[in-house]
Write a protein that binds this ligand. Structure first.
Ligand SMILES: C[S@@+](CC[C@H](N)C(=O)[O-])C[C@H]1O[C@@H](n2cnc3c(N)ncnc32)[C@H](O)[C@@H]1O
Length: 219
């Protein structure tokens, strides 16, 4: 695969053009495993901003955690290691199967589910929700619904940590993954939710990648 990122963008463009905003993820994971090419977001390591955030807490969160769009499961396993009960889900059955095969004795409950149609029992059910890079791969109305759905799964008294690429409002939207503007962080604000900490940083690289690390609390 000459350019896996360009290939993913083309799959996304074609799928979204047919009105299917999520179908391309499973096709990409399947092709990647079959043909042996890398997916740009797969690094087989926990998210560095989640690691740093947990490292700054005197006490890790307690209770039930939810990992949205969990990919190959490294963030879920990190959270399970803190003692939380963890549910992790992805719309891609191939990714979820890979989580189960990578971590056969895991305490994490890995499930296939769509954040745009979450199970009713997940609403307001999780003391900690972690979201990295899922909102930014969805376009238009699905993007707003995704963020609101994620916010809605946080229990009263719970916390949401969201990590995303960022852009200034005057910057072009660009190509998938579409970075979030500061205003789009408000899409997570369901009733009782407030932004408690916002870190804006630029990750070194070629090109450098601006990101938001946003912590929310739900009253
Ligand atoms: C850019 S990847 C990030 C994966 C992982 N969070 C990480 O940081 O490595 C986005 C993930 O969200 C999943 N995803 C996309 N749309 C979804 C949806 N509607 N419901 C659940 N998962 C979704 C994709 O299959 C993919 O695994």
């Amino acid at each position: 695969m000459a350019d896996p990122r360009a290939h993913a963008r083309e799959m996304a463009r074609e799928s979204i053009g047919r009105g299917d905003v999520t179908g391309w993820f499973d096709r990409l994971y399947s092709e990647s495993l079959r043909d042996g090419f890398a997916i740009s977001w797969v690094d087989l390591a926990p998210n560095q901003y989640l690691v740093e955030w947990l490292g700054r807490l005197a006490n890790p969160p307690r209770g039930h955690a939810l990992v949205v769009g969990c990919g190959y499961g490294d963030d879920a396993e990190l959270l399970a290691g803190t003692g939380m009960d963890v549910t992790a889900f992805d719309v891609s059955p191939t990714a979820v199967a890979r989580c189960r095969s990578r971590f056969p004795g895991s305490r994490v409950e890995y499930l296939v589910a769509d954040v745009l149609r979450p199970p009713a029992q997940w609403i307001g059910a999780f003391e900690f929700v972690f979201e990295a890079y899922t909102v930014q791969v969805l376009p238009g109305e699905a993007r707003s619904r995704c963020a609101a759905s994620i916010g809605g799964m946080v229990a009263p008294g719970g916390t949401l940590l969201a990590v995303a690429r960022s852009r200034r409002p005057e910057d072009p939207e660009g190509a998938m993954p579409w970075p979030l503007t500061r205003r789009e962080l408000d899409l997570f604000l369901v009733p009782g939710m407030r932004l408690t900490e916002l870190t804006e940083l630029v990750e070194p690289g070629d090109p450098p990648v601006p990101r938001f690390v946003a912590e929310f609390a739900r009253d």
